[in-house]
Design a protein around this ligand. Structure first.
Ligand SMILES: [Zn+2]
Length: 336
């Protein structure tokens, strides 16, 4: 990619649809929160935090991720965390983002859900007013926790309000989407959108289950779809969006390096691919870095990168008029 194209990419208004707010906890904010809340960590300077942030697979990452999440305790902490990410969005010209958070990680530590959500919501309003960055929020159920906890939790969040959908994340192996059938059916019945992580570490059958049984509208990751010809055809025909996260896939060993990533092949097969950062503080970079480095590693064309942004707008949970405005802003930015 030449310099002109990098500059052009910065100017393009972008959308992110797969980012976990807890995964945007940068080492400097982590240390600040630990001190503010009197949390003792096994590391106490930036260098040792960065050392700990090196891991080999999803389980290794989750161990570090959940341990760092212990520093998030009060409404102010969730506000600071969310505002820091949305400030980053402003810097990168990410104009709209749908943010995941993990309520069970916090409830399990005795943190009130109301505090978590109030902090996130306050930062959303602040960022929209100050930076013009708009966002919506999607809580994820952790599939390796008891499935019976999910429906009561969803009903609590329904009472609090303010969420646009639900998702499913955490350790995929041996935790198929289908067991969350009842919770997702309830979510759909109250008008919430549904998404699920599937086909990252888990097999392509999990992607089909998420579509058939949970009726999800987007698949988070989904890169293992390529192992099934029938599934690839289905995703192409149905144009189900995939929120692919290249840095995450390399960091967790799903692909050996970016040059081996299959996102170019998924695009060439006509799937509705989007590119996202997942847990940028842990995986080496935010959205623009994910796009630029993947683009370079795979030799993608500028047109393909723009198509990914068009796909992301189509895949958002916003109304048709707003989507139209975002498409127009994207196309106009290409001629500046
Ligand atoms: Zn994720």
């Amino acid at each position: 990619m030449n310099v002109f194209e990098i500059e052009q990419l910065k100017k393009i208004p972008k959308v992110e649809l797969h980012v976990h707010i807890e995964g945007t906890l940068e080492p400097d904010l982590l240390l600040k929160l630990a001190e503010r809340n009197g949390v003792s960590l096994p590391y106490n300077d930036l260098e040792s935090v960065r050392e700990v942030f090196r891991f080999q697979d999803l389980q290794g990452f989750l161990n570090v991720y959940y341990s760092a999440s212990k520093c998030l305790q009060k409404e102010q902490d969730f506000y600071d965390l969310t505002l820091a990410y949305l400030r980053k969005c402003k810097e990168e010209n990410i104009v709209y983002t749908e943010i995941f958070f993990d309520p069970q990680t916090h409830i399990a530590r005795g943190i009130a859900l109301e505090e978590v959500m109030a902090g996130i919501f306050a930062a959303r309003s602040e960022a929209e007013a100050r930076f013009g960055v708009r966002s919506q929020v999607i809580p994820c159920f952790e599939r390796d926790r008891p499935v019976g906890d999910s429906l009561p939790l969803l009903k609590t969040m329904e009472r609090i309000g303010g969420i646009v959908g639900i998702g499913l994340d955490s350790a995929e192996r041996d935790n198929p989407p289908s067991i969350f059938n009842e919770t997702f059916a309830y979510a759909r019945s109250i008008g919430l959108h549904c998404v699920a992580h599937a086909g990252e570490e888990g097999p392509p059958e999990y992607i089909a289950e998420a579509l058939d049984i949970l009726a999800v509208e987007r698949i988070d990751h989904g890169v293992r779809a390529m192992e099934s010809t029938a599934l690839m055809q289905r995703l192409q025909v149905e144009q189900t969006p995939l929120t692919v996260c290249p840095f995450s896939n390399v960091a967790l060993g799903v692909f050996e390096d970016l040059a081996c990533h299959n996102v170019g092949k998924l695009l060439e097969a006509g799937l509705k691919v989007t590119i996202n950062s997942d847990d940028p503080a842990y995986f080496g970079g935010y959205l623009t870095a994910n796009i630029v480095d993947t683009w370079n590693a795979l030799g993608l064309s500028l047109e393909q990168v723009i198509q990914v942004q068009r796909n992301a707008i189509d895949a958002t949970f916003i109304d048709a008029a707003e989507k139209y405005r975002m498409h127009r802003a994207l196309e106009e930015s290409l001629f500046v």
